[in-house]
Design a protein around this ligand. Structure first.
Ligand code: UD1
Ligand code: CA
Length: 449
Protein backbone atom coordinates (compact mmCIF):
# COMPACT_ATOMS: atom_id res chain seq x y z
CA UNK A 1 0.00 0.00 0.00
CA UNK A 2 1.15 3.57 -0.62
CA UNK A 3 2.06 5.58 2.45
CA UNK A 4 1.60 9.34 2.54
CA UNK A 5 3.54 11.05 5.30
CA UNK A 6 2.15 14.34 6.50
CA UNK A 7 4.98 16.22 8.18
CA UNK A 8 3.84 19.11 10.37
CA UNK A 9 6.25 22.02 10.18
CA UNK A 10 4.08 25.13 10.23
CA UNK A 11 4.36 26.03 13.91
CA UNK A 12 6.30 29.01 15.15
CA UNK A 13 8.07 27.34 18.04
CA UNK A 14 7.47 30.27 20.38
CA UNK A 15 8.51 28.24 23.40
CA UNK A 16 12.01 27.87 21.90
CA UNK A 17 12.55 31.59 22.56
CA UNK A 18 14.59 32.04 19.37
CA UNK A 19 14.00 33.50 15.92
CA UNK A 20 14.80 30.49 13.74
CA UNK A 21 11.90 28.19 12.80
CA UNK A 22 11.91 25.40 15.35
CA UNK A 23 11.86 22.59 12.79
CA UNK A 24 15.19 23.87 11.42
CA UNK A 25 17.04 23.83 14.73
CA UNK A 26 19.89 21.35 14.51
CA UNK A 27 19.92 18.00 16.22
CA UNK A 28 23.19 16.13 15.69
CA UNK A 29 24.17 18.85 13.23
CA UNK A 30 21.08 18.37 11.03
CA UNK A 31 17.79 20.34 10.98
CA UNK A 32 15.24 18.60 13.15
CA UNK A 33 12.68 18.07 10.41
CA UNK A 34 15.36 16.71 8.08
CA UNK A 35 15.74 13.70 10.36
CA UNK A 36 12.07 12.88 9.84
CA UNK A 37 12.33 13.38 6.07
CA UNK A 38 15.38 11.12 5.86
CA UNK A 39 13.60 8.40 7.82
CA UNK A 40 10.61 8.58 5.48
CA UNK A 41 12.92 7.91 2.54
CA UNK A 42 13.68 4.50 4.12
CA UNK A 43 10.05 3.46 3.63
CA UNK A 44 8.91 1.96 0.35
CA UNK A 45 6.11 3.51 -1.66
CA UNK A 46 6.19 6.57 0.54
CA UNK A 47 5.58 10.18 -0.31
CA UNK A 48 5.85 13.29 1.85
CA UNK A 49 3.40 16.13 2.21
CA UNK A 50 5.11 18.93 4.07
CA UNK A 51 2.84 21.38 5.89
CA UNK A 52 4.51 24.80 5.99
CA UNK A 53 3.42 28.05 7.62
CA UNK A 54 5.80 30.13 9.70
CA UNK A 55 8.85 31.18 7.68
CA UNK A 56 7.68 28.76 5.01
CA UNK A 57 10.18 29.99 2.42
CA UNK A 58 13.12 29.51 4.73
CA UNK A 59 11.96 26.05 5.83
CA UNK A 60 11.48 25.00 2.21
CA UNK A 61 14.87 26.38 1.22
CA UNK A 62 16.83 24.66 3.97
CA UNK A 63 15.19 21.25 3.96
CA UNK A 64 16.42 18.70 1.49
CA UNK A 65 13.25 17.15 0.07
CA UNK A 66 12.78 14.41 -2.49
CA UNK A 67 11.29 15.27 -5.86
CA UNK A 68 7.96 13.65 -5.07
CA UNK A 69 7.38 15.88 -2.01
CA UNK A 70 4.21 17.97 -1.98
CA UNK A 71 4.04 21.25 -0.12
CA UNK A 72 0.94 22.73 1.46
CA UNK A 73 0.52 25.95 3.38
CA UNK A 74 -1.29 26.42 6.65
CA UNK A 75 -1.74 30.18 6.81
CA UNK A 76 -2.89 30.34 10.42
CA UNK A 77 -1.67 27.89 12.99
CA UNK A 78 -4.97 26.72 14.38
CA UNK A 79 -3.71 23.41 15.67
CA UNK A 80 -2.31 20.05 14.60
CA UNK A 81 -5.65 18.76 13.23
CA UNK A 82 -6.04 21.92 11.18
CA UNK A 83 -2.51 21.43 9.83
CA UNK A 84 -3.28 17.86 8.78
CA UNK A 85 -6.53 19.07 7.19
CA UNK A 86 -4.48 21.21 4.80
CA UNK A 87 -2.75 18.06 3.56
CA UNK A 88 -5.86 15.90 3.11
CA UNK A 89 -6.46 16.85 -0.57
CA UNK A 90 -2.96 15.59 -1.43
CA UNK A 91 -3.46 12.09 -0.01
CA UNK A 92 -3.46 9.37 -2.62
CA UNK A 93 -6.64 7.28 -2.81
CA UNK A 94 -6.28 4.03 -0.93
CA UNK A 95 -3.11 5.12 0.88
CA UNK A 96 -2.17 5.05 4.53
CA UNK A 97 -1.62 8.45 6.11
CA UNK A 98 1.15 8.78 8.70
CA UNK A 99 1.43 12.04 10.62
CA UNK A 100 4.91 13.06 11.78
CA UNK A 101 5.74 16.20 13.73
CA UNK A 102 8.71 18.24 12.56
CA UNK A 103 9.78 18.55 16.19
CA UNK A 104 9.76 14.79 16.89
CA UNK A 105 12.69 13.82 14.70
CA UNK A 106 14.14 10.59 16.06
CA UNK A 107 11.45 8.06 15.26
CA UNK A 108 12.92 5.03 13.50
CA UNK A 109 11.59 3.45 10.34
CA UNK A 110 11.02 0.09 12.02
CA UNK A 111 8.50 1.69 14.41
CA UNK A 112 6.81 3.50 11.54
CA UNK A 113 6.51 0.23 9.64
CA UNK A 114 4.73 -1.33 12.64
CA UNK A 115 2.30 1.59 12.76
CA UNK A 116 1.64 1.32 9.03
CA UNK A 117 0.92 -2.44 9.34
CA UNK A 118 -1.60 -1.76 12.05
CA UNK A 119 -3.26 1.00 10.01
CA UNK A 120 -3.46 -1.34 7.01
CA UNK A 121 -5.60 -3.61 9.18
CA UNK A 122 -8.04 -0.74 9.63
CA UNK A 123 -6.93 0.64 13.00
CA UNK A 124 -5.96 4.10 14.10
CA UNK A 125 -2.40 3.33 15.17
CA UNK A 126 -0.79 5.70 17.67
CA UNK A 127 2.80 5.69 18.87
CA UNK A 128 3.13 6.15 22.63
CA UNK A 129 5.96 6.06 25.14
CA UNK A 130 6.63 6.34 28.86
CA UNK A 131 8.01 9.64 30.09
CA UNK A 132 8.89 9.92 33.77
CA UNK A 133 8.30 13.65 33.68
CA UNK A 134 5.44 13.85 31.17
CA UNK A 135 4.88 17.63 31.36
CA UNK A 136 3.88 19.14 28.03
CA UNK A 137 2.85 15.90 26.37
CA UNK A 138 -0.64 14.62 25.65
CA UNK A 139 -1.52 11.88 28.16
CA UNK A 140 -2.79 8.51 27.02
CA UNK A 141 -5.96 7.73 28.97
CA UNK A 142 -6.65 4.03 29.07
CA UNK A 143 -9.93 2.53 30.22
CA UNK A 144 -11.09 -0.90 31.16
CA UNK A 145 -9.14 -3.75 29.54
CA UNK A 146 -6.36 -1.25 28.99
CA UNK A 147 -7.94 0.17 25.86
CA UNK A 148 -7.06 3.70 24.85
CA UNK A 149 -9.98 6.03 25.54
CA UNK A 150 -8.54 9.41 24.65
CA UNK A 151 -5.47 11.60 24.48
CA UNK A 152 -5.75 14.55 26.84
CA UNK A 153 -3.50 17.56 26.38
CA UNK A 154 -1.69 19.00 29.39
CA UNK A 155 -3.84 22.13 29.48
CA UNK A 156 -7.06 20.13 29.53
CA UNK A 157 -5.93 17.38 31.88
CA UNK A 158 -7.28 16.87 35.37
CA UNK A 159 -4.83 16.59 38.25
CA UNK A 160 -5.23 12.84 38.13
CA UNK A 161 -4.68 12.63 34.38
CA UNK A 162 -1.52 14.71 34.73
CA UNK A 163 -0.06 11.83 36.77
CA UNK A 164 -0.22 9.53 33.72
CA UNK A 165 3.24 8.77 32.37
CA UNK A 166 2.22 7.18 29.10
CA UNK A 167 2.27 10.01 26.56
CA UNK A 168 1.51 10.70 22.94
CA UNK A 169 4.47 10.92 20.55
CA UNK A 170 2.36 12.94 18.12
CA UNK A 171 2.85 10.22 15.50
CA UNK A 172 -0.09 8.25 14.18
CA UNK A 173 -1.17 6.22 11.16
CA UNK A 174 -4.60 5.59 9.68
CA UNK A 175 -6.14 4.82 6.29
CA UNK A 176 -6.40 8.07 4.34
CA UNK A 177 -10.09 7.46 3.65
CA UNK A 178 -10.79 7.25 7.40
CA UNK A 179 -8.61 10.27 8.10
CA UNK A 180 -10.59 12.38 5.64
CA UNK A 181 -13.80 11.46 7.39
CA UNK A 182 -12.68 11.84 11.01
CA UNK A 183 -10.57 14.99 10.77
CA UNK A 184 -13.48 17.01 9.38
CA UNK A 185 -15.30 16.33 12.66
CA UNK A 186 -12.62 17.72 14.99
CA UNK A 187 -13.72 20.84 16.91
CA UNK A 188 -11.67 23.36 18.86
CA UNK A 189 -13.55 23.21 22.14
CA UNK A 190 -10.61 23.04 24.52
CA UNK A 191 -8.38 25.18 26.72
CA UNK A 192 -6.24 26.35 23.76
CA UNK A 193 -9.10 26.90 21.28
CA UNK A 194 -7.04 24.77 18.88
CA UNK A 195 -7.99 21.94 16.58
CA UNK A 196 -6.25 19.03 18.27
CA UNK A 197 -5.29 16.07 16.11
CA UNK A 198 -5.38 14.01 19.28
CA UNK A 199 -9.21 14.29 19.31
CA UNK A 200 -9.18 11.80 16.44
CA UNK A 201 -8.82 9.05 19.06
CA UNK A 202 -12.25 9.57 20.60
CA UNK A 203 -13.84 10.15 17.20
CA UNK A 204 -12.33 6.91 15.90
CA UNK A 205 -13.60 4.98 18.89
CA UNK A 206 -17.10 6.42 18.50
CA UNK A 207 -17.26 5.42 14.86
CA UNK A 208 -16.06 1.88 15.53
CA UNK A 209 -12.46 2.25 14.39
CA UNK A 210 -10.09 0.34 16.64
CA UNK A 211 -7.45 2.45 18.37
CA UNK A 212 -4.21 0.49 18.45
CA UNK A 213 -1.44 1.92 20.64
CA UNK A 214 2.16 0.96 19.99
CA UNK A 215 4.17 1.53 23.16
CA UNK A 216 7.86 2.11 22.37
CA UNK A 217 10.55 0.26 24.33
CA UNK A 218 13.03 3.10 23.92
CA UNK A 219 11.48 6.45 24.71
CA UNK A 220 14.46 8.31 23.16
CA UNK A 221 12.92 7.64 19.76
CA UNK A 222 9.79 9.65 20.46
CA UNK A 223 11.11 12.68 22.30
CA UNK A 224 9.93 16.04 21.07
CA UNK A 225 11.33 19.47 21.80
CA UNK A 226 9.32 22.55 22.68
CA UNK A 227 11.87 24.42 24.83
CA UNK A 228 15.64 25.00 24.69
CA UNK A 229 16.19 22.54 27.53
CA UNK A 230 14.07 19.90 25.81
CA UNK A 231 16.19 20.47 22.71
CA UNK A 232 19.24 19.51 24.75
CA UNK A 233 17.47 16.39 25.94
CA UNK A 234 16.63 15.60 22.33
CA UNK A 235 20.23 16.07 21.21
CA UNK A 236 21.42 13.64 23.87
CA UNK A 237 18.69 11.14 22.95
CA UNK A 238 19.74 11.37 19.31
CA UNK A 239 23.37 10.80 20.18
CA UNK A 240 22.50 7.90 22.45
CA UNK A 241 20.44 6.27 19.69
CA UNK A 242 23.27 6.50 17.16
CA UNK A 243 25.78 5.23 19.72
CA UNK A 244 23.52 2.26 20.44
CA UNK A 245 23.18 1.54 16.72
CA UNK A 246 26.98 1.48 16.47
CA UNK A 247 27.27 -0.87 19.44
CA UNK A 248 24.75 -3.17 17.79
CA UNK A 249 26.85 -3.18 14.63
CA UNK A 250 29.98 -4.35 16.45
CA UNK A 251 31.66 -1.07 17.34
CA UNK A 252 32.89 -0.79 20.93
CA UNK A 253 31.93 2.42 22.66
CA UNK A 254 33.16 3.30 26.13
CA UNK A 255 29.96 5.14 27.06
CA UNK A 256 26.93 5.62 24.81
CA UNK A 257 26.11 8.76 26.79
CA UNK A 258 29.41 10.45 25.98
CA UNK A 259 29.73 10.48 22.22
CA UNK A 260 28.80 13.23 19.75
CA UNK A 261 28.29 12.54 16.07
CA UNK A 262 27.35 15.52 13.91
CA UNK A 263 27.21 14.20 10.38
CA UNK A 264 27.33 11.01 8.31
CA UNK A 265 29.50 8.64 10.32
CA UNK A 266 30.60 5.07 9.83
CA UNK A 267 32.89 2.85 11.87
CA UNK A 268 33.75 -0.74 11.10
CA UNK A 269 33.62 -3.75 13.36
CA UNK A 270 36.05 -4.04 16.21
CA UNK A 271 36.85 -0.36 16.42
CA UNK A 272 36.83 1.26 19.84
CA UNK A 273 35.76 4.78 20.69
CA UNK A 274 36.60 6.15 24.11
CA UNK A 275 34.62 8.90 25.87
CA UNK A 276 34.07 12.51 24.76
CA UNK A 277 34.87 12.21 21.10
CA UNK A 278 33.27 14.61 18.62
CA UNK A 279 32.86 13.58 14.99
CA UNK A 280 31.76 16.26 12.58
CA UNK A 281 30.91 16.13 8.88
CA UNK A 282 31.58 12.92 6.99
CA UNK A 283 33.83 10.61 8.97
CA UNK A 284 34.79 7.01 8.21
CA UNK A 285 36.63 4.81 10.68
CA UNK A 286 38.09 1.46 9.64
CA UNK A 287 38.26 -1.92 11.35
CA UNK A 288 39.87 -2.44 14.76
CA UNK A 289 40.88 1.18 15.05
CA UNK A 290 41.19 2.68 18.55
CA UNK A 291 40.28 6.24 19.31
CA UNK A 292 41.32 7.56 22.71
CA UNK A 293 39.34 10.09 24.73
CA UNK A 294 38.65 13.72 23.75
CA UNK A 295 39.48 13.61 20.05
CA UNK A 296 37.86 15.83 17.42
CA UNK A 297 37.64 14.33 13.95
CA UNK A 298 36.07 16.19 11.05
CA UNK A 299 35.58 15.20 7.39
CA UNK A 300 38.25 12.52 7.48
CA UNK A 301 38.86 8.92 6.60
CA UNK A 302 40.73 6.77 9.12
CA UNK A 303 41.99 3.34 8.09
CA UNK A 304 42.13 -0.04 9.82
CA UNK A 305 44.04 -0.76 13.04
CA UNK A 306 44.95 2.86 13.56
CA UNK A 307 45.69 4.05 17.10
CA UNK A 308 44.65 7.60 17.84
CA UNK A 309 45.64 8.68 21.31
CA UNK A 310 43.83 11.19 23.51
CA UNK A 311 43.17 14.80 22.49
CA UNK A 312 44.03 14.44 18.83
CA UNK A 313 42.42 16.71 16.24
CA UNK A 314 42.05 15.55 12.65
CA UNK A 315 40.36 17.66 9.95
CA UNK A 316 39.91 17.06 6.21
CA UNK A 317 42.56 14.35 6.16
CA UNK A 318 43.16 10.73 5.31
CA UNK A 319 44.95 8.38 7.70
CA UNK A 320 46.22 5.02 6.40
CA UNK A 321 46.14 1.63 8.09
CA UNK A 322 48.23 0.96 11.21
CA UNK A 323 49.17 4.60 11.79
CA UNK A 324 49.72 5.95 15.31
CA UNK A 325 48.68 9.49 16.10
CA UNK A 326 48.81 11.60 19.23
CA UNK A 327 48.31 12.19 22.05
CA UNK A 328 47.79 15.87 21.22
CA UNK A 329 48.49 15.63 17.48
CA UNK A 330 46.86 18.01 15.02
CA UNK A 331 46.32 16.87 11.43
CA UNK A 332 44.61 19.14 8.94
CA UNK A 333 44.37 20.77 5.53
CA UNK A 334 44.04 17.73 3.31
CA UNK A 335 46.95 15.88 4.88
CA UNK A 336 47.42 12.32 3.73
CA UNK A 337 49.20 9.91 6.02
CA UNK A 338 50.22 6.58 4.57
CA UNK A 339 50.24 3.27 6.42
CA UNK A 340 52.26 2.70 9.61
CA UNK A 341 53.28 6.35 9.90
CA UNK A 342 53.48 7.93 13.37
CA UNK A 343 52.83 11.51 14.38
CA UNK A 344 53.15 11.90 18.12
CA UNK A 345 52.53 14.48 20.78
CA UNK A 346 52.39 18.14 19.78
CA UNK A 347 52.98 17.36 16.13
CA UNK A 348 51.06 19.39 13.60
CA UNK A 349 50.75 18.33 9.98
CA UNK A 350 49.13 20.74 7.55
CA UNK A 351 48.62 20.26 3.80
CA UNK A 352 51.22 17.51 3.91
CA UNK A 353 51.82 14.05 2.68
CA UNK A 354 53.47 11.67 5.10
CA UNK A 355 54.93 8.56 3.49
CA UNK A 356 54.67 5.01 4.69
CA UNK A 357 56.32 4.26 8.05
CA UNK A 358 57.59 7.82 8.46
CA UNK A 359 57.77 9.22 11.96
CA UNK A 360 57.64 12.56 13.70
CA UNK A 361 57.03 11.70 17.28
CA UNK A 362 57.44 14.93 19.21
CA UNK A 363 56.90 18.69 18.95
CA UNK A 364 57.05 19.23 15.20
CA UNK A 365 55.41 21.36 12.53
CA UNK A 366 55.10 19.87 9.05
CA UNK A 367 53.46 22.39 6.70
CA UNK A 368 53.27 21.98 2.90
CA UNK A 369 55.60 19.02 3.27
CA UNK A 370 56.03 15.88 1.32
CA UNK A 371 57.69 13.07 3.23
CA UNK A 372 58.74 9.89 1.44
CA UNK A 373 58.77 6.54 3.16
CA UNK A 374 60.67 5.86 6.38
CA UNK A 375 61.58 9.47 7.02
CA UNK A 376 62.47 10.22 10.63
CA UNK A 377 61.82 13.71 11.89
CA UNK A 378 63.48 14.59 15.20
CA UNK A 379 61.79 16.43 18.04
CA UNK A 380 61.34 20.15 17.64
CA UNK A 381 61.67 20.19 13.84
CA UNK A 382 59.93 23.02 12.05
CA UNK A 383 59.25 23.39 8.36
CA UNK A 384 59.49 27.14 7.82
CA UNK A 385 56.93 27.21 5.01
CA UNK A 386 55.77 30.82 5.11
CA UNK A 387 57.85 33.85 4.17
CA UNK A 388 55.15 36.34 5.08
CA UNK A 389 53.67 36.32 1.60
CA UNK A 390 53.81 32.85 0.12
CA UNK A 391 53.81 29.26 1.30
CA UNK A 392 56.69 27.04 0.13
CA UNK A 393 57.21 23.31 -0.01
CA UNK A 394 59.55 21.01 1.87
CA UNK A 395 60.45 17.65 0.44
CA UNK A 396 62.03 14.95 2.58
CA UNK A 397 62.98 11.96 0.48
CA UNK A 398 62.89 8.31 1.43
CA UNK A 399 64.86 7.47 4.55
CA UNK A 400 65.89 11.07 5.30
CA UNK A 401 66.81 11.67 8.94
CA UNK A 402 66.13 15.11 10.33
CA UNK A 403 68.06 15.88 13.51
CA UNK A 404 66.19 17.33 16.44
CA UNK A 405 65.41 21.01 16.45
CA UNK A 406 66.11 21.50 12.75
CA UNK A 407 64.56 24.43 10.91
CA UNK A 408 63.88 23.50 7.30
CA UNK A 409 63.54 26.78 5.43
CA UNK A 410 61.30 26.10 2.43
CA UNK A 411 61.51 25.70 -0.48
CA UNK A 412 63.98 23.01 0.41
CA UNK A 413 64.67 19.37 -0.25
CA UNK A 414 66.51 16.80 1.85
CA UNK A 415 67.58 13.95 -0.41
CA UNK A 416 67.26 10.23 0.00
CA UNK A 417 68.92 8.96 3.18
CA UNK A 418 70.48 12.36 3.85
CA UNK A 419 70.93 13.60 7.43
CA UNK A 420 70.65 16.99 9.04
CA UNK A 421 72.54 17.63 12.27
CA UNK A 422 70.56 18.58 15.35
CA UNK A 423 69.86 22.29 15.66
CA UNK A 424 70.56 22.99 11.99
CA UNK A 425 68.96 25.73 9.95
CA UNK A 426 68.69 24.14 6.52
CA UNK A 427 68.33 26.73 3.75
CA UNK A 428 69.86 24.79 0.85
CA UNK A 429 68.93 21.44 -0.64
CA UNK A 430 70.78 18.47 0.86
CA UNK A 431 71.97 15.94 -1.74
CA UNK A 432 71.10 12.27 -1.17
CA UNK A 433 73.24 10.54 1.43
CA UNK A 434 74.87 13.77 2.68
CA UNK A 435 75.02 15.06 6.23
CA UNK A 436 74.08 18.73 6.42
CA UNK A 437 75.12 20.76 9.39
CA UNK A 438 73.90 24.32 9.47
CA UNK A 439 74.76 25.64 12.88
CA UNK A 440 77.57 27.61 14.40
CA UNK A 441 80.46 25.61 15.73
CA UNK A 442 80.62 25.15 19.45
CA UNK A 443 83.51 26.84 21.12
CA UNK A 444 84.44 26.07 24.67
CA UNK A 445 86.01 29.02 26.40
CA UNK A 446 87.92 28.53 29.56
CA UNK A 447 86.51 30.70 32.31
CA UNK A 448 88.71 32.82 34.48
CA UNK A 449 88.38 31.98 38.12
C1 UD1 B 1 1.70 17.65 20.31
C2 UD1 B 1 0.50 16.75 20.65
C3 UD1 B 1 0.75 16.07 21.99
C4 UD1 B 1 2.04 15.26 21.91
C5 UD1 B 1 3.21 16.11 21.45
C6 UD1 B 1 4.38 15.23 21.15
C7 UD1 B 1 -1.52 17.77 19.72
C8 UD1 B 1 -2.71 18.58 20.00
N1 UD1 B 1 -0.70 17.57 20.75
O1 UD1 B 1 1.79 18.65 21.31
O2 UD1 B 1 -0.31 15.21 22.31
O3 UD1 B 1 2.31 14.67 23.16
O4 UD1 B 1 2.88 16.85 20.24
O5 UD1 B 1 5.54 15.95 20.88
O6 UD1 B 1 -1.39 17.29 18.62
N2 UD1 B 1 2.02 22.47 13.98
C9 UD1 B 1 1.56 22.96 12.77
N3 UD1 B 1 0.46 23.72 12.77
C10 UD1 B 1 -0.25 24.04 13.88
C11 UD1 B 1 0.23 23.54 15.11
C12 UD1 B 1 1.36 22.76 15.13
O7 UD1 B 1 2.15 22.69 11.73
O8 UD1 B 1 -1.25 24.73 13.76
C13 UD1 B 1 3.24 21.63 13.99
C14 UD1 B 1 4.37 22.23 14.77
O9 UD1 B 1 5.24 22.94 13.90
C15 UD1 B 1 5.06 20.99 15.34
C16 UD1 B 1 3.96 19.96 15.45
O10 UD1 B 1 2.91 20.42 14.63
O11 UD1 B 1 6.05 20.51 14.47
C17 UD1 B 1 3.45 19.76 16.88
O12 UD1 B 1 2.97 20.99 17.39
P1 UD1 B 1 3.28 21.49 18.86
O13 UD1 B 1 2.64 22.80 19.04
O14 UD1 B 1 4.73 21.40 19.14
O15 UD1 B 1 2.48 20.39 19.70
P2 UD1 B 1 2.75 19.93 21.19
O16 UD1 B 1 2.23 20.95 22.13
O17 UD1 B 1 4.15 19.52 21.37
CA1 CA C 1 5.94 19.72 20.10
Amino acid sequence: MNTDFVVLAAGEGKRMLGTAPKVLLPVAGKPMAQHALDTISEIEKSRTILVLGNQAKEVKRVLNTSRSTKFVTQRKQLGTAHAVKMALPKLRPGSIMVVLCGDVPLVESKSLKKLIKSAERGSLAILTFIKERPQGYGRIVRGSRNQVQAIIEEKDATKQQKEIQEVNSGILAIKSSLAKKLIQEIKNKNASREYYLTDIVELAKNSGVKVQPLLLDDSDEALGANSPLELQELERACQRLSAKRLVNSGVNIADVNRLDIRGPFSASKGSFIDVNNVFEGKVEIGKNTKIGPNCYIKNSIIGDRVIIEANTVIEDSIVGDLCKLGPFARIRGGTEIEGRAELGNFVEANRSKIGKSSKAKHLTYLGDSNLGTKVNVGAGTITCNYDGKNKHKTKLEEGAFIGSNSSLVAPVKVGKEAYTGAGSVITKNVPPGNLAIGRSKQSNIKRKK
